[in-house]
Design a protein around this ligand. Structure first.
Ligand SMILES: NC(=O)c1ccc[n+]([C@@H]2O[C@H](COP(=O)([O-])OP(=O)(O)OC[C@H]3O[C@@H](n4cnc5c(N)ncnc54)[C@H](OP(=O)(O)O)[C@@H]3O)[C@@H](O)[C@H]2O)c1
Length: 283
């Protein structure tokens, strides 16, 4: 086919690599409804992971053809969409082993950090169209943030298809490819930065006498609740922060301490360092 079919019920999707992120996206694409993907297969080298993945999607497989296999070559035969979810350093060898079994007109969705669509296209036989995605781990609970961009021959219909396939993983936003490194810095690696901030708040709460369980629940719910406020229509982090900062008050004192310790600059530096490492991986 020249363009990916819009009808998910006729689609065969193969996920190569059923690890942390491949497994998450496998479940997310099976959760898409109306229409549902009819045929899906995940190729994963580790048998316990394959078993766990099938157990996790057991509620979603009734009435359709869903499998897990050790054999990636067999998985991609006849697939309309192939999701490449192996480690970036394994991507080239994996694609080389699959090249002759990828159909002309297959759409490849790569989620490998740092690998550009140009690089991937160079490793693939002609006719395979490429879309690149950068998801993050909250996709596991349908709260992910994924950016996608199209390679040189992928069509707007391909991008639209990927957005639909990933729809149950959370928010999916198209970006220009030269911004994908920035996406890795903000949202791809972002959960780790948020978790570090959570840990620091929990530890400080314990230091000040809260039990670890109470400090944990208060800190985690504070992140969740604040994200909920920031997602309200018209909300903005700066305005929300100003609204809780009374002159001479407790929050103002805390914010002054954060600025004094360079937390704002530190977070920005973390995003920039991630961006730089992403560029190194792709070089
Ligand atoms: N985790 C994240 O937060 C995140 C976020 C955004 C993007 N990504 C991207 O997602 C990709 C996967 O990351 P991950 O964290 O999910 O890695 P992972 O947990 O290591 O999963 C990759 C899995 O694929 C398997 N595998 C490798 N080659 C295979 C093949 N030819 N056939 C079948 N299975 C194969 C690996 O097995 P072996 O152990 O035997 O190699 C491993 O179990 C990476 O490229 C990463 O850049 C990850």
């Amino acid at each position: 086919m020249d363009t990916a079919p819009a009808d998910l019920s006729t689609l065969t999707v193969a996920v190569i690599g059923g690890g942390v992120m491949g497994g998450t996206l496998f479940r997310a694409l099976l959760a898409v409804e109306d229409p549902r993907v009819a045929h899906a297969v995940v190729a994963e080298t580790h048998a316990p992971r394959r078993a766990a993945l099938l157990a996790e999607v057991a509620d979603l497989v009734v009435g359709r053809d869903v499998r897990a296999t050790v054999d990636a070559v067999e998985a991609v035969r006849g697939a309309d969409v192939v999701v490449l979810a192996v480690k970036p350093q394994d991507a080239r060898a994996t694609l080389a082993s699959l090249a002759k079994d990828l159909g002309r007109g297959t759409l490849l969705l790569s989620i490998c950090a740092g690998l550009s669509t140009t690089t991937l296209e160079g490793w693939l036989p002609g006719g395979v169209r490429v879309v690149r995605g950068m998801p993050n781990t909250p996709a596991r609970i349908g709260e992910g943030a994924t950016a996608v961009c199209a390679g040189s021959t992928a069509t707007p219909a391909d991008l639209d298809l990927v957005v639909r396939l990933l729809g149950r993983s959370g928010v999916v936003l198209p970006v220009a490819e030269d911004r994908m490194g920035a996406v890795t810095g903000v949202s791809g690696s972002g959960p780790a930065f948020v978790l570090l901030a959570m840990e620091a708040m929990i530890d400080a709460g314990v230091e000040l006498g809260l039990t670890r369980a109470v400090a944990h629940d208060l800190a985690v719910q504070t992140f969740r609740g604040t994200a909920g406020l920031a997602l309200e229509p018209g909300a903005h982090p700066t305005l929300l922060r100003e609204a809780v900062t009374s002159p001479g008050g407790t929050t103002a004192a805390g914010l002054a301490a954060l600025e004094e310790h360079g937390v704002r600059a530190g977070i920005a530096a973390a995003v920039r360092a991630t961006y730089a490492r992403d560029a190194e991986l792709g070089a």
